[in-house]
Design a protein around this ligand. Structure first.
Ligand SMILES: NC(=O)c1ccc[n+]([C@@H]2O[C@H](COP(=O)([O-])OP(=O)(O)OC[C@H]3O[C@@H](n4cnc5c(N)ncnc54)[C@H](OP(=O)(O)O)[C@@H]3O)[C@@H](O)[C@H]2O)c1
Length: 273
């Protein structure tokens, strides 16, 4: 049987790294890294892993990565857009630079990379690691929620506009235990230390992130769902992973005023109002 060609960004940690290990057993996996220290680790996973450099904040590097891959392969069976980061903080003080970076990494980079690979993807699938945050009900991480919602909207449109030449699948995990949570504390020190009016809220966010990084679902839950959605005959356009993501989906269908009332209630219960 011919090995399938799979491209995965954000392959050096958490969900992406677990996906590389899973798919490299039987397929050729092009695995994207931004930190060259991880290149050797990726190669060690299997002879089927072909690491490539990609920095989701730099258009010319994204373009270069796409050129490299297109030179190597005839056709791409599956592109999994995984790379991501979290911008958190209160909207009152949120800098537009920080917002822009969030959208660059979580949204625009994936669209650009996919656009550049599109001709090789015809007949194949794109799986985006979105988030339950795409349902858009989490205060103090609004940039992250908006970037994931935008990702889903832009790619859904891409599939329809191209007359379904590619199948786009959005995977929306709830809380998964990965290094993302610790990294989010590091990356948001400006808000944690600078948003003095929201000190209590920021401390709560840090506590929550620490707990999520330990108590979240294991990455295997996401890998197991993606391994089914990747090559099944009739995949859905959207999947949730975990009860929290399912719950967020249900809540998102309520009228906005009711959603806001529930969020206020949640904040009160946590002593944040
Ligand atoms: N963990 C969760 O609870 C959760 C829930 C829902 C959705 N997600 C989404 O799942 C995806 C994977 O996250 P994870 O939890 O596995 O986090 P992770 O362990 O931090 O992995 C994120 C990956 O993205 C890479 N990355 C980040 N910024 C990048 C950039 N500018 N250029 C290139 N690569 C970059 C990271 O590279 P480095 O190794 O160099 O940092 C890493 O390989 C993300 O899109 C995240 O939003 C996560």
């Amino acid at each position: 049987m011919n090995k399938k060609i799979i491209i995965i960004t954000g392959a050096t940690s958490g969900i992406g790294k677990a996906l590389v290990a899973h798919f490299a057993d039987e397929n050729i996996v092009y695995a994207g890294y931004r930190n060259p220290d991880y290149e050797r680790d990726l190669k060690k996973i299997s002879n089927n892993v072909r690491p490539f450099f990609i920095d989701m904040e730099k258009d010319f590097i994204i373009d270069g990565a796409a050129v490299f891959i297109k030179r190597e392969v005839e056709k791409i069976d599956l592109l999994i857009n995984v790379a991501g980061c979290v911008a958190a903080g209160a909207m009152e003080n949120m800098s537009t630079d920080k917002l822009r970076k969030q959208f660059d990494v979580n949204t625009f980079s994936h669209l650009r990379f996919t656009q550049k690979l599109l001709d090789k993807l015809v007949g194949g699938r794109v799986i985006n690691i979105s988030s339950m945050s795409s349902f858009g009900i989490f205060p103090f991480v609004a940039p992250y929620c908006a970037s994931k919602r935008a990702l889903d909207i832009l790619f859904n449109s891409l599939e329809i506009e191209t007359n379904h030449k590619i199948k786009v699948i959005s995977v929306k995990p709830g809380v998964i235990a990965t290094p993302l949570w610790e990294k989010s504390i590091e990356a948001n020190q400006d808000s944690i230390n600078g948003d003095t009016a929201y000190n209590k809220e920021m401390l709560y966010m840090v506590k929550n992130a620490k707990s999520n990084g330990i108590n979240g679902l294991p990455v295997e839950k996401v890998v197991s769902l993606i391994s089914k959605a990747a090559f099944c005959s009739n995949p859905k356009s959207s999947y949730t992973v975990g009860w929290d993501a399912k719950f967020a989906e249900i809540i998102s269908k309520l009228p906005q005023d009711l959603i806001n009332w529930l969020i206020d209630l949640g904040l009160k219960r946590k002593g944040l109002r």
